[in-house]
Design a binder for this molecule. Structure first.
Ligand code: KG4
Ligand code: ZN
Length: 345
């Protein structure tokens, strides 16, 4: 085992949903982060689990090979293999875990299981270059993805506490479902983001949920949006087409307002000034702008990962694996994937 932690080389594997990704980290820096997107799902309007597993099988070896090549790392120099244990699609997770176990066993390397939501939060701790700043502890992380919406208090690289989370749909799911109702392609989040740039964000208003303390709910918004466009389409069948940009801007604005309201409450109550956002929805340009405005207003230190570390990626798995490695927190070979896997046990 290496004694200089800055030199520790980890191979990270991510395969929880529809991105096959491999990354090589050296200490808390990333040498390579290769992501193979699966385009096969677009025509079905959502991820088809069986097709996702097959695509992972096709992509996993070339993606790992490319990561090693780009990082200029020989596989024999690796120190450990970290992989996503869950949450995610069982068949997809199985491909990544099986690969990680086999590869590690062949090279006599330890394996490290990583919780995907833990990794999203730790993506803020990737040291992108010598000058880039990382959050100090404790920091609050708003993790907003296609499957989760959480406010986490991160006390160390390996200690997290859920302050609040969605009671039904995730924020990304709300973007995707509303986009589908408007006939936009999957995934809808980036499409809404693009169209919202030309629209008026207060053209239409939607109700805000009324759920406990720092929790979220997005299913009511989706229903109210559905009822609203049904009614408008009865009056004017071309309503969506004629108001697409305004609808997208208003939907995006509403989701951002809902997200920020609870985050601001958590910031005020905990008095924590180190704030990160993570997960696919943190790629949203409106949310990034709103977070920057909030940080300026409240004098917060804001950490927004680079776009490639916002959506699903193996860099966050490798980095989280690195910190677990420092804790000697290794997994046994009989470890199995977990479709449901709470970030705090
Ligand atoms: O973290 P992620 O890549 O996968 C999960 O773990 O779920 O998040 C995917 C989600 C999708 O719902 C997608 O629509 C959303 O992130 N997303 C966006 C944007 N880019 C991705 N939502 C809004 N605006 C974006 N620019
Ligand atoms: Zn994710």
């Amino acid at each position: 085992m290496k004694t200089v932690k800055e030199n520790i080389l980890i191979l990270g594997i991510e395969s929880s949903c529809d991105e096959t990704s491999a990354s090589i980290s050296k200490g808390n820096k990333i040498l390579a982060n290769i992501i193979a997107n699966q385009t096969v799902h677009a025509k079905y309007g959502g991820v088809v689990p069986e097709l996702a597993s097959r695509a992972h099988q096709k992509h996993i070896i070339p993606v790992v090979q490319q990561a090693l090549n780009e990082a200029k790392v020989d596989k024999n120099d690796l120190d450990a293999v970290a992989f996503t244990r869950g949450p995610g699609l069982l068949g997809s997770l199985l491909v990544g875990i099986s690969f990680a176990k086999t590869f590690a066993q062949a090279l006599n390397l330890p394996i490290i299981e990583v919780n995907h939501m833990h990794a999203h939060a730790i993506s803020a701790c990737i040291q992108e270059n010598e000058k880039s700043k990382v959050p100090s502890f404790p920091f609050l992380c708003l993790t907003v993805s296609g499957g989760h919406t959480q406010i986490l208090k991160v006390s160390s690289h390996t200690e997290l506490q859920i302050l609040g989370q969605t009671t039904d749909d995730a924020a990304g799911e709300a973007f995707d479902k509303v986009a589908k109702l408007m006939g936009l392609p999957y995934p809808g989040g980036p499409e809404i983001d693009k169209l919202a740039k030309q629209g008026n964000e207060v053209a239409f208003t939607f109700p805000h949920p009324n759920v406990g303390e720092y929790d979220y709910s997005f299913s009511g918004f989706k229903t109210s949006f559905l009822n609203f466009i049904r009614k408008e389409k009865q009056k004017n069948p071309a309503f969506i087409e004629e108001n697409k940009a305004d609808l997208c801007a208003s939907v995006q604005h509403n989701i951002i307002q809902i997200l920020l309201k609870k985050l601001v409450m958590a910031i005020d109550d905990t008095e924590i000034t180190q704030i990160a956002i993570a997960g696919g929805v943190s790629a949203n340009s409106g949310l990034r702008k709103a977070m920057q405005e909030l940080a300026a207003e409240k004098n917060l230190d804001l950490f927004i990962p680079a776009l490639e570390y916002c959506t699903d990626n193996a860099a966050m798995i490798a980095i989280t694996g690195f910190y677990k490695y420092l804790d000697d927190d290794f997994s046994q070979l009989d470890v199995t994937p977990m479709a449901r896997y709470p970030v705090v046990q």
